[in-house]
Design a protein around this ligand. Structure first.
Ligand SMILES: [Zn+2]
Length: 129
């Protein structure tokens, strides 16, 4: 807490949502199979068994997400992770930073809860007098 920040400001929290990209989350979590097909070209199979052709250099993918939205889809991202084009250390750092931020948020909420429980106890004591 900085000295200019009031106690109440320090307790105030904003809604928290980590910023790990949705396509990165899917690239990590889904059961995708990546097979070599040529230089920088891979066949990537989805959980449903659909095959997509990925070129990590262009980049390009034959899936609808890439075709319609022209953004690096989960297949491109997974191929880059599995081939080492994308550093796992960078992904790990991103996840660790998000966890640290969330832990700080949880600690802040726990402090607010402790204060409220204390206030309820104080109120009960006053009611008994
Ligand atoms: Zn794709």
């Amino acid at each position: 807490m900085s000295s200019s920040e009031s106690y109440d400001d320090a307790l105030a929290t904003r809604p928290f949502k980590h910023r790990i990209d949705r396509r990165d989350r899917r690239a990590l979590a889904e059961e995708l199979i990546v097979l070599d097909h040529g230089p920088d070209v891979y066949r990537v199979y989805s959980e449903a068994g659909k095959e997509y052709l990925v070129d990590t250099r262009l980049p390009s993918c034959t899936c609808p997400d890439f075709q319609y939205r022209d953004t690096d889809c989960k297949h491109i991202r997974r191929a880059r992770i599995e081939t080492g084009e994308r550093s796992l250390d960078a992904v790990e750092t991103e996840i660790r930073d998000a966890l640290d931020e969330l832990d700080a948020h949880i600690a802040n909420l726990a402090a607010q809860r402790a204060e409220l429980v204390g206030l309820r106890r104080d109120l009960d004591r006053l009611k008994q007098n």
